[in-house]
Ligand binder design. Structure first.
Ligand SMILES: NC(=O)c1ccc[n+]([C@@H]2O[C@H](COP(=O)([O-])OP(=O)(O)OC[C@H]3O[C@@H](n4cnc5c(N)ncnc54)[C@H](OP(=O)(O)O)[C@@H]3O)[C@@H](O)[C@H]2O)c1
Length: 342
């Protein structure tokens, strides 16, 4: 297949990547069972279509996600594999029962995490490496400095950040070149607009946006009667509970009307809105779509053909105003770990 996905530079110092990235988390964890064969086929279909950015975390399924990506890369044609870029998060501490117990950003931990990731992915370098959640006991300069050492040695190409606030972005950028900040951004989660996005733009740092479909909530495919398995993040996410869910799905129906007028799907409108820079137009935001089937991937890629003009943006803003979502984006205990929310 001839690649059709346009590319964007990730920040002034980062790599050139596909304008849409594939977030592989849901193929291993957090959204209920996934089909392994379909997951591999989805990664291959994405690479064939010209998606070059594959996002993962070493803690997604405790290594499962990296092993899956490694297998997909090994079984892809050489030319396709050589274009693929890996974006890896590390630092989350897990336990055998699936629990989470904080974050480790110490330099010796950074080196340890990276050694295992390189092995599981089967690559000789990671393209963008980032701490998933700031470690409150380790200054960001130390963690970023340790990744910079890995860049120096050729094990990592670029340094990224994840879910940190504007002050931390500045401190990190004063330590070493930062390619991008990975953070939640969608019609439902607009927290970056006030301070974080102006800061990354000032510093020439790109954004890789996750939760662009608010974890499926604003995909147009979610419904009140959808049953979630106990390990599914959405079964504890405030936005997916009772009245919050009812309210949020009403917002989706407003978006659906706009989508129908544009001849697009709700998911495509939501992705296209982020692709265009959201409420502050620009081309520095790369949405990571969490497709885990070829069907969902094809729908997501369709967002690249959706153009939103000023009237469309105004209609979307009126349908889903900032702060109109009911419920926080994470349960309270997890919100407390987000440097970006303080
Ligand atoms: N840095 C961080 O803190 C952080 C946190 C979370 C995620 N991430 C990264 O960001 C990536 C994307 O996040 P996300 O999975 O929450 O994003 P998302 O795209 O908002 O949600 C993905 C969910 O939406 C549903 N969906 C429905 N229609 C879809 C469509 N057309 N295309 C794609 N998905 C559709 C899928 O459900 P079904 O499969 O059930 O249809 C899937 O479970 C993750 O894979 C991960 O790599 C980073």
């Amino acid at each position: 297949m001839t690649p059709t996905v346009p590319t964007r530079k990730l920040g002034t110092t980062g790599p050139r990547v596909s304008a849409l990235g594939l977030g592989c988390m849901g193929m291993s964890a957090l959204y209920g069972a996934a089909d392994r064969t379909e997951s591999l086929a989805t990664i291959h279909a994405a690479l064939d279509a010209g998606v070059t950015l594959l996002d993962t975390g070493d803690f997604y399924g405790m290594g499962h996600n990296e092993l899956l990506i490694g297998e997909a890369l090994r079984s892809a044609p050489t030319a396709v594999r050589e274009n693929a870029l890996t974006s890896v998060k590390f630092g989350a501490l897990r336990d055998p029962d699936g629990g989470w117990s904080g974050s480790d950003g110490r330099p010796e931990a950074v080196r340890n995490f990276a050694a295992y990731s390189l092995q599981r992915l089967g690559v000789d370098h990671i393209d963008v490496y980032r701490l998933a959640r700031l470690d409150p006991d380790v200054p960001v300069e130390e963690t970023v400095g340790a990744i910079a050492d890995l860049v120096e040695k050729g094990h990592v190409r670029h340094i990224g950040l994840s879910e940190v606030g504007a002050d931390t972005v500045r401190r990190a950028a004063a330590t070493a070149p930062i390619s991008d900040l990975q953070i939640e951004y969608s019609l439902m989660s607009r927290g970056i607009e006030a301070e974080i996005l102006p800061t990354t733009r000032e510093l020439g740092i790109g954004i890789t946006a996750y939760g662009v479909l608010s974890r499926g909530l604003i995909s147009g495919h979610f419904s009140l009667d959808r049953e979630l398995s106990p390990g599914d993040f959405r079964s504890v996410s405030p936005r997916f509970q009772g009245d919050n869910l009812r309210h949020n799905l009403d917002l989706v129906e407003r978006l659906r009307k706009i989508a129908e007028q544009k001849g697009a799907t709700v998911a495509q409108i939501a992705i296209a809105w982020v692709l265009g820079g959201g409420a502050q137009p620009g081309d520095d935001i790369v949405p990571l779509v969490g497709a885990r089937t070829r069907e969902r991937l094809a729908e997501s890629l369709g967002a690249l053909d959706v153009t939103l003009d000023a009237a469309d943006l105004a209609a979307i803003e009126a349908a889903v105003p900032a702060d109109s979502a009911a419920g926080d984006r994470y349960p309270a205990a997890q919100m407390a770990h987000l440097d970006s929310e303080h």
